[in-house]
Design a protein around this ligand. Structure first.
Ligand code: H2U
Ligand code: ZN
Length: 419
């Protein structure tokens, strides 16, 4: 029974990292060597700066056995947000009689005269799109954020001191843009060529650079699929830039800053290095990027895209990194589409260091993208975040390792890092 021991070590290695600030004594690194041609692979754990005795005592302190990660309820910690997720692998086989989504499989024309994103067409506010040939960016006609609001923080009811503590609001300035990925109405990002995906990456980077001159947080995202509330099948994403840090950014900023202070290296750089040595959660990878189902994933087939080098923001990516990213996204999106044989719906987005900020003030940040797909067990059965998840904490049945394994089985190319 080599594997449970190794899983203990993997788990403990990571937990020691994230627990260090809360009293654990150190940090350890470990490495696993596997022979994947042989089902009875050999494994070896190399533990530095923490011996197995310490790991075992930590294991007891945290009250978890490695085998629990495979078949018993347990909680996993998200070091990026400080939140926990309940994992219940024993529930994975429960019957489903709930809502079934209808997959939208209609063949679409390459140009739709009624589409407000197609080249040359008129949008809701009367403006016309140019006859664009690759990508096109415009200000959202129904922007959620607006520039030039009067600034300040106020309590609308200041009759009593209590009111100002409880009824708080602040101003926010920003801008929202829409990014058309392609003039072709009928394609998804997954179906664009690597060259075309690279053009989208370049637009994401240049938009971030430009908007970063004026705004603190640049949120690039894509909502794909009707099930995610996407209003139009034409391949497109959005950019919302604001002069404040939104909640998710604030959580990640705080957790990454405290991790760097304690460990002297960025949280997600350490995490990528750790995952690169553990084949369990890798979905696709190449020389400069990794896509993993994160250890703490909430959505069934959630992935985290990580550069292998320390990179603060999209504009900092070099030519080869952008090229490799196009390759990785192409393969990840093909993998997602392969899983249930449909264009896979998701919300995805990039998180990079806030602006302004010289390197030293945001060195704790590592650029990354989150993919949050809602589908659970088929093209038509989705996960809902309800009940315990709204009132207690997020919960999943399928483990991150099982999800990664399923995705790897349908990946267009499989990457395994032996060292
Ligand atoms: P979705 O990514 O959720 O489908 O949103 C598309 C955006 O396009 C949405 O935010 C905008 C909507 O406000 N839009 C325009 O800016 N102009 C239009 O003519 C229609 C939709
Ligand atoms: Zn269109």
């Amino acid at each position: 029974m080599v594997q449970p021991v190794i899983m203990d070590l993997a788990y403990q290695a990571f937990r020691i990292d994230v627990k260090a600030g809360e009293g654990a004594s150190g940090r350890c690194e470990w490495r696993e060597l596997r022979n994947h041609e042989n089902a009875d692979y050999t494994s070896e754990a190399v533990v530095k700066r923490a011996d197995v005795g310490e790991l075992t005592s930590n294991l007891e302190r945290w009250g978890i056995a490695g085998s629990q990660l495979v078949d018993r309820p347990h909680r996993r910690y998200n070091p990026l947000t400080g939140e926990w997720v309940l994992v219940s692998p024993q529930r994975a086989k429960r019957p489903w009689q709930g809502q079934v989504e209808q997959p939208s499989l209609d063949a679409r024309p390459s140009y739709d005269p009624g589409c407000y994103l197609c080249p040359g067409n008129q949008r809701a506010n009367g403006e016309c799109n140019p006859a664009y040939a690759s990508t096109h960016v415009f200000v959202n006609d129904f922007s959620a954020l607006l520039p030039d609001s009067p600034t300040g923080e106020s309590a609308p009811l200041q009759k009593a001191e209590l009111a100002s503590a409880l009824l708080r609001a602040e101003s926010v300035n920003g801008v929202c843009r829409v990014v058309c990925f392609s003039p072709r109405h009928d394609l998804t990002l997954a179906e664009l060529s690597e060259v075309e995906i690279r053009q989208v990456i370049d637009v994401w980077a240049s938009q971030t650079e430009e908007l970063g001159q004026r705004y603190r947080w640049i949120q690039i995202f894509e909502n794909k699929g009707e099930v995610m509330g996407c209003s139009n099948p034409h391949p497109h994403g959005q950019i919302w830039a604001a002069d404040v840090l939104p909640n998710e950014a604030r959580k990640e900023d705080a957790r990454q800053a405290s991790y760097l202070a304690q460990h002297s290296s960025p949280l997600l750089v350490d995490y990528a290095n750790l995952e690169a040595t553990l084949p369990e959660r890798i979905v696709v990878a190449n020389e400069r990027w990794l896509a993993v189902v994160p250890f703490w994933a909430i959505w069934p087939f959630e992935t985290l895209i990580l550069p292998r080098r320390h990179v603060l923001r999209l504009p900092d990516l070099g030519d080869a990194e952008r090229q490799d990213l196009a390759d990785l996204l192409k393969r990840l999106l093909a993998t997602y589409d392969n899983l249930f044989g449909v264009p896979f719906p998701y919300s995805m987005g990039w998180h990079g260091a806030p602006f302004p900020g010289d390197y030293s003030s945001v060195a704790h940040w590592q650029l990354h993208a989150h993919y949050y797909p809602p589908l659970l067990r088929s093209a038509t059965v989705r996960k809902f975040m309800v009940g315990y998840e709204m009132l207690g904490e997020a919960q999943r049945d399928l483990t991150a390792e099982q999800a990664a394994e399923r995705l790897r089985r349908v990946a267009s190319a499989l990457y395994l890092d032996a060292n």
